[in-house]
Design a protein around this ligand. Structure first.
Ligand code: GLA
Length: 366
């Protein structure tokens, strides 16, 4: 039996700043205490095998799989494309057996795929800074067919307990914003499950690129640039990104000052912008945001992540939201450490050698 590694990566909830990462903007995600664990034991041979409880029959891929989107896109089930891309990108040359388990709801906008990628990279022996790990994981997702930005793996690897991660995507610098003790973060599932591949995520990326041809990267633009866009649809998309980046800074400042009321108001404004200007909400998510905002002790709530369903994040007083009231799932989440031991410096991924456990596992793929 060869080397065995076991790595757990957290999911993330994005407090504010959605659809800003692929526009060189800013965001304030939080790594959370729901996570994905990948164990991998090198056994030799020419294949890697992974098991999950969702796919108990497992998947087997050749170690010399090509880094070729046409090869990867033919793999089934779809999450095996992520594994194939990661094996190819990391030049894994030794066969082995892997097991995956997760407490992150899949397809909910809580970064189940990025957590899977970060944990998988570590289990395959990759070491690096939060940034280098995140770049690798983003590439793996891109090769497997979804043009995601870098926010999710950067939050999963660069998170810090008790803090939100203020990411500037123009230079990938990280700052840390303390989440006040009197703030509770609750994540509520809308009941609408989705897979990004089947949403208009790629269309939004393309629309932002089209607007950027005229005004430059939207995350660096301002409102007068937006007014100069002639196409009304592109103008709305760009307005979301520009105003969202402003809200990120406002929420970071409000949290730093302990002003939860102002932070909550910006969250609600952010939801409206995602729903009206960026058009990534759904009637179920809008209704959930309105319902939860009417509760005593709730400062604000918004859609979190890519949208098209998934989860709402709520900023509230402790105890104001009872997760038991939400049949599709709700979690009080704790801001947690990411996998990188020194997220903003030269530190490496925290990889612990461990014997492989039982083949209890769940697939990722958000
Ligand atoms: C998904 C993507 C991220 C980001 C968000 C929206 O989670 O993986 O890169 O674009 O949507 O903010």
């Amino acid at each position: 039996m060869g080397v065995a590694r076991r790595v757990t990566a957290p999911g993330r909830v994005n407090l504010i700043g959605d659809h800003t990462d692929y526009n060189q903007g800013v965001a304030l995600p939080v790594a959370i205490d729901l996570g994905t664990t990948v164990e991998f034991t090198e056994t030799g041979g020419s294949h890697v095998t992974f098991f999950s409880t969702l796919y108990p029959q497992g998947i087997a891929l050749p170690v010399d799989i090509a880094l070729d989107p046409s090869v990867l896109s033919a793999l089934q089930p779809p999450w095996s494309r992520l594994v194939g891309a990661m094996i190819a990108l990391t030049h894994t040359r030794t066969g082995g057996v892997g097991r995956i388990e997760t407490t992150i709801p899949v397809g909910a906008g809580l970064s189940s795929s990025a957590a899977f990628m970060v944990a998988l990279a570590g289990a395959l022996g990759v070491e690096g800074t939060a940034r280098s790990i995140a770049r690798l994981c983003q590439q793996a997702e891109n090769f497997s067919g979804v043009p995601v930005g870098i926010m999710d793996p950067l939050a999963c690897s660069g998170g810090r307990a008790g803090h939100g991660v203020l990411i500037d995507f123009s230079d990938l610098s990280l700052g840390y914003v303390p989440i006040p003790d009197e703030a509770e973060l609750v994540v509520i599932h809308s009941g609408v499950h989705r897979t990004l591949r089947f949403t208009e995520y790629a269309a939004r990326v393309a629309e932002c690129e089209a607007a950027a041809v005229t005004v430059g990267p939207l995350g660096l633009a301002d409102e007068s640039d937006v007014d100069g866009l002639r196409d009304p649809l592109l103008r709305r998309r760009a307005r979301h990104v520009v105003t969202e980046c402003r809200r990120v800074h406002q929420v970071a400042a409000a949290l730093g000052a302990g002003d939860l009321g102002t932070a909550g108001e910006r969250l609600v404004e952010g939801h409206r912008s995602l729903a009206e200007d960026f058009e990534v909400s759904t009637p179920e998510v809008d209704a959930l945001v309105a319902e939860v905002c009417a509760l005593d002790g709730v400062h604000g709530a918004r859609l979190t992540g890519a949208g098209f369903g998934g989860c709402v994040v709520v900023l509230a007083q402790p105890g104001a939201v009872d997760p038991a009231d939400y049949p599709d799932g709700a979690w009080v989440v704790t801001p947690s450490d990411g996998t990188a031991t020194d997220p903003d410096g030269t530190g490496t991924l925290d990889v612990s050698g461990a014997p492989a456990g039982t083949p209890e596992a769940v697939a990722a793929g958000d």
